[in-house]
Design a protein around this ligand. Structure first.
Ligand SMILES: NC(=O)c1ccc[n+]([C@@H]2O[C@H](COP(=O)([O-])OP(=O)(O)OC[C@H]3O[C@@H](n4cnc5c(N)ncnc54)[C@H](OP(=O)(O)O)[C@@H]3O)[C@@H](O)[C@H]2O)c1
Length: 206
């Protein structure tokens, strides 16, 4: 499966691209800067292109830009993305003296992204730290995907099942992204408190 990783030059996108390639997919690292994409992609042994070119040939788009830029980037790429499914991995976090807080917005970033795009939006992978995703072995964690379009969700679950040694789990409708994005704040607080790369494994599902 050809997967565009928009903003794939960051720590999350590069780790994801390598893991996708190892899982048998064809990742294309996207960047606002075509030359930067090509250079980082060459180091990793994958393809690289400007964001719009990466998206054009993709069966799935992972929007892996900085969270503050996620909605603007979705808007900018709307016409090129067309009906292609988009996986939103971003969480808006607020860093305060008391700890890391989830977004105060009622709707998740992924739901707001859906308002901007024609094709189906999925959300997931928030609990997979770049460092864990980029480790030698696939992380011993479960990966969650939520979304309202059944076919798009099946596609994403199939892809994501190759990224972790745990399971790819269907976390329900796109509104579940409110919890998945918020959970990132919990994970970052755990990481800070215990100097860890915390991840999630769900019990009770065989
Ligand atoms: N880091 C993690 O452990 C982790 C875990 C789970 C999910 N996530 C999510 O994954 C996404 C990427 O995380 P990251 O840590 O790799 O982020 P990052 O390094 O802050 O940003 C990733 C890429 O976004 C692009 N970008 C930055 N500002 C932009 C702007 N104003 N407009 C368009 N593109 C812009 C840059 O690519 P170019 O300059 O090359 O265009 C940058 O390399 C985030 O949404 C984050 O919430 C991260």
């Amino acid at each position: 499966m050809r997967v565009a990783v928009v903003g794939g030059t960051g720590p999350f996108g590069t780790a994801l691209a390598v893991r996708l390639r190892e899982a048998g997919a064809v990742p294309v690292i996207g960047s606002r800067d075509r030359v930067r994409a090509a250079s980082i992609a060459a180091e990793l042994g994958v393809e690289g292109a400007a964001n719009d070119a990466a998206v054009r040939a993709a069966e799935l788009v992972v929007l892996a830009v900085n969270a503050d830029a996620a909605l603007d980037t979705a808007r900018e790429l709307r016409d090129v993305i067309g009906a292609t499914p988009v996986l939103s991995v971003a969480s808006e976090l607020r860093f305060t003296e008391g700890g890391v807080l989830p977004s105060p917005e009622a709707a998740s970033l992924a739901e707001r992204m859906q308002d901007e795009l024609e094709g189906p939006v999925l959300a997931g992978l928030h609990s997979l730290a770049a460092a864990s995703l980029g480790a030698k072995e696939p992380p011993d964690e479960d990966a969650f995907i939520c979304g309202d379009d059944r076919d798009a969700k099946e596609l994403a679950l199939e892809l994501v099942s190759g990224l972790v040694s745990g399971r790819a789990l269907d976390a329900g409708p796109l509104k579940s992204a409110r919890a998945l994005e918020g959970l990132t704040a919990v994970i970052v607080n755990l990481n800070k408190r215990y100097r860890a790369h915390a991840g999630i494994r769900v019990t009770g599902i065989s």
